[in-house]
Design a protein. Structure first.
Length: 88
């Protein structure tokens, strides 16, 4: 569904939702590059084992064992191409 169709179908926020929110003046739309993680997932509630996925935006990570994405704290194994742990 296109954005204008979604708004016409009533999928936007209610007056209550908008009652006490910040106001953005002089706004425009920008595209930004953002970091996401990609790989094969296991133990995810919505995807089959070893399903290839991309996460939502990853904004915090130790770059070895965990990350914080918009929706989860995924635990990770060594990234693709990483040297064995004994060599790090």
């Amino acid at each position: 569904m296109q954005t204008t169709e979604a708004v016409a179908a009533g999928l936007g926020p209610s007056a209550t939702d908008l009652a006490a929110v910040p106001v953005l003046d002089g706004w425009g739309c920008d595209l930004i590059a953002t970091m996401v993680l990609s790989g094969r997932v296991s133990g995810h509630p919505n995807f089959a084992e070893i399903h290839g996925v991309r996460t939502s935006e990853a904004f915090l990570t130790d770059r070895r064992t965990w990350a914080r994405t918009l929706s989860r704290w995924p635990v990770s194994r060594p990234p693709a191409g990483a040297p064995p742990a004994a060599l790090q």
